[in-house]
Design a protein around this ligand. Sequence first.
Ligand code: ATP
Ligand code: MG
Length: 555
Amino acid sequence: MSVEAPAPPAPVANFLRDIAASDLAEGRHTGIVTRFPPEPNGYLHIGHAKAICISFGIAEDLKGRCYLRFDDTNPVKEEQEFIDAIQRDVRWLGYDWGKHLYYASDYFEQLYAWAEHLIGKGLAYVDDQTAEETRANRGTLTAPGVNSPHRQRSVAENLDLFRRMKAGEFPAGARVLRAKIDMAAGNINLRDPVLYRIIHAAHPRTGTAWCIYPNYDFAHGQSDAIEHVTHSLCSLEFEDHRPLYEWFLDHLPVPARPRQYEFARLNITYTILSKRHLTQFVRDKHVNGWDDPRMPTLAGLRRRGVPPEALRDFIKRAGVARANSVVEIAMFDACVREYLNKAAPRFMAVLRPLKVVIENYPEGEGEELDAVNNPEDPTAGSRKVPFGREIYIEHDDFMENPPKKFYRLSPGKEVRLRYAYFITCREVVKNAGGEVTELRCTYDPLTRGGNAPDGRKVQATMHWVSAAKAIAAEVRLYNPLFNRPDPGADGDPAQDLNPNSLDVIAAAKLEPALSAATVGATIQFERLGYFCRDPDSGLVFNRTVGLRDTYAKAP
Ligand code: ATP
Ligand code: MG
């Protein structure tokens, strides 16, 4: 029961790959270099997995390189915990940046020098407007902005003020450095964007060395250039930033000329892929941390038992395009099921146990029966499962007064116990409240292994566990975190949280082999779904996904 190392990711065919391939073929580059640039202010989610698969996938496919670069320019929100988690998650997904682990903060000195360069050319100035004034003077989509009263400061005054900003002479928010571009530009990103702001906060890597920090736009493209990135691939919301990205490259003595290309973000029904909201769910304890199996984070999916291969397959099938779209969560579940159907060993577990006493089975005796580990994989072999006079079956598999199409156990009816015998229900035992607490059955000793020598058929095959040998475990059944396909469409997605997203079964009964189940190795509980042992102490299993689109109802 161990997970194999992920197979090398298959290349993703897409328009970005085609652009990079033709740049290579036509000699515009001698090698392709991409990067994945997460901000370490939260855990990675499935949307990031798409960006990772694109950038790492194209580099791999074209025998280039992909770097992992932390965009760590805002110390207020960034933490070492996130830096560590992001690396773990990218590796888990099956990608390797080799020695190319970088941080935007590695370039703070260079970025600072380039800011002074812009000041020297009269292309940047220190602005003293308050945040409100800056916002009010930025204009709108239809109205141009208004020049700052500080826009005409001399180079000398700007240099002096900027150096004093760096030296920590001013409080947060007192001044910013802005590029001097065009307050009437149609693209608002070009209306004298802020390059540096004062933040008196310790940075996870540079400590208190700095109290001014470059913003995303000033750090990003220049970091790409420093690293000789050839294709800087990002989601569509950065499209409007591309003219600014190019403006910096045009006006700074950068060592290379990267190009930015955009693709549509991944959106999934019943799923929120926004770090801001995911942070809120963690902070407000709507979930039990970033790796809660209900979270769309890679850490949550891993804990739920989703194999990285299935996730990559899903990303591939969702496709890479420039048009925004929403992918059905059912498609994600289908990818997980398809992979696990082939890979996951089968076991028997009873979630809601109903005791069955087999009256004609000799008391005090037992036997071991052969069970197939994976019918989809002949190499997976078989194992022994203990059987005896008392067993548990699923409560749902019995009905005292069954409707016509109920084929499972009911009084007088014969069914097959998987890998074991045919049994017939003879008597129903109830408690004072009229609830069924036990069934008295008989078995046919000639049906050992599950077939009758006289060829008679039964209409149902049921899973079971030995009452004497079963082990108890907690099983956590996860349902969608939201109760509508478009959470947040009416405002705060926290209002759309599904109150029944977690259903805890305190004492399920499992076949004894599962006491050795490995954390992270996803298995099938026959007829119930796929499950994965949780890292929590004790024996706890998380449901990865049910067997069917609507959660498994017994046949
Ligand atoms: P969020 O909106 O969740 O905060 P982000 O884009 O601000 O995400 P970053 O850490 O900056 O978070 O993202 C790193 C990279 O991942 C970016 O290049 C971004 O384009 C990409 N990315 C983020 N979300 C998605 C998504 N849903 N689909 C595809 N790519 C995404
Ligand atoms: Mg971002």
